[in-house]
Design a protein around this ligand. Structure first.
Ligand code: NAD
Ligand code: ISE
Length: 336
């Protein structure tokens, strides 16, 4: 079975996912695209040979030719499109963050619970990354003992123009919030945010920030978010256990020793670092839809939990205090 996909938003990541769905992923066909910038949508449709350009996202979602929807537009637009997809009974992949507020995520949970089945998958692609999967295998095997401390580094060379100080938490650190819950299999319970001296490349932006997170088990996590570090895009993670440590390796890195020095490459951006993770993410999404019809990846609940942690960390940033994460009761739908 070929899954006929409609893509909403063909900006930086939307066009990359459009390419992926048309040229890399098996079993998918992109039959429609839209973007609030219609010229961009028309150009993307021409480039990737997509039959239909819709004037709006709502029109695309109700198109009977569209079996499943990929939402790749800006964060504040996600809620409207995810709710419409659930109402239409269509599986929907939504880029992170699922929504800007926990309340918006709760409305999606309510809609899905009323529909009685899971339709939403959130674009937390790190769960599909080879190095993160290998790290989780080590943690789950128990050989390093119980995790006590996790060190995370999330560095970007430059920052998108629309970024504000809050975005370091809601747009960047939201990946750590999800991957830590997945990696350790437990919830984040408190957040604190430290505000170091600012990077001179960041202007008024509070960049970097350091987050301290406490996990349900008592493990403690530190997360560095840097958005203007220039040298490259660098994601690091080390789990310190009772008997040993496990760290993400550099993927495909060749180390060159030459002329009195040692060099190994650093990715230019997230597209390069996670390119294969995005491929696997979409292949598994399409396979699940074509198979059981139920997406197997990060759920609406996962998007909600990450949004609550982000909101809690924003409060910690504003108040300078350690703040507690409060989740609503998890519906049984998300235990399946
Ligand atoms: P972008 O600005 O490059 O592209 C966004 C596109 O959405 C633009 O073409 C814009 O015209 C379009 N758009 C805006 N409002 C719309 C609407 N109401 N309906 C239809 N189209 C609309 O942004 P981007 O970097 O591609 O980010 C898009 C989303 O993807 C964001 O949620 C972002 O957080 C997420 N993202 C995820 C990753 C990841 O690693 N998973 C990486 C980058 C971006
Ligand atoms: C971007 O939106 C992403 O999602 C990237 O994965 C992340 O590393 C980057 O910091 C964000 O701006």
């Amino acid at each position: 079975m070929t899954v006929r996909v409609g893509v909403i938003g063909v900006g930086t990541i939307g066009e990359d996912h459009l390419r992926r769905l048309t040229q890399v992923v098996a079993g998918a066909e992109v039959v429609a695209v839209t973007d609030v910038d219609l010229d961009r949508a028309r150009a993307a449709a021409a480039k990737y040979d997509v039959a239909t350009v819709h004037l709006t996202g709502q029109e695309l979602i109700s198109d009977p030719e569209v079996d499943a929807v990929a939402v790749c537009s800006w964060g504040p637009t996600h809620e409207e499109y995810v709710l419409a997809s659930i109402a239409a009974g269509k599986p929907v992949f939504c880029e992170k963050p699922l929504a800007e507020t926990p309340e918006a995520c709760e409305r999606m949970i309510e809609a899905e619970v009323s529909a009685g089945r899971r339709l939403v998958q959130v674009g937390f692609m790190r769960r599909y990354d080879r190095a993160y999967r290998a790290l989780k295998d080590v943690v789950d095997a128990g050989s390093i003992g119980a995790p006590l401390i996790v060190h995370c580094v999330h560095r970007n060379p430059t920052v998108p123009g629309y970024f504000q100080s809050e975005s370091l938490i809601t747009d960047a650190a939201v990946h750590e919030f999800d991957i830590l819950r997945w990696l350790l299999g437990e919830e984040i319970t408190t957040t604190s945010v430290l505000v170091p001296k600012r990077n001179r490349h960041g202007g008024d932006l509070q960049d970097p920030v350091m987050l301290i997170l406490e996990m349900d088990s008592g493990a403690i996590v530190d997360v560095e978010i840097s958005m203007n570090i220039r040298y490259g895009y660098d994601i690091q993670g080390t789990v310190v256990g009772e008997d040993g440590t496990a760290a993400l390796g550099d993927q495909d890195a060749v180390v060159v020793r030459l002329a009195g020095g040692t060099t190994s490459p650093v990715a230019a951006d997230w597209r390069e670092r996670f390119s294969r993770a995005y491929d696997v993410e979409f292949q598994e999404w399409i396979d699940a839809i074509a198979g059981s019809g139920v997406p197997a990846g990060p759920t609406t609940w996962d998007g909600y939990a990450a949004a609550v942690v982000a909101n809690t960390a924003l409060e910690a940033l504003r108040t300078g205090t350690r703040t507690s994460v409060k989740l609503v009761e998890k519906p049984a739908l998300y235990d399946q």
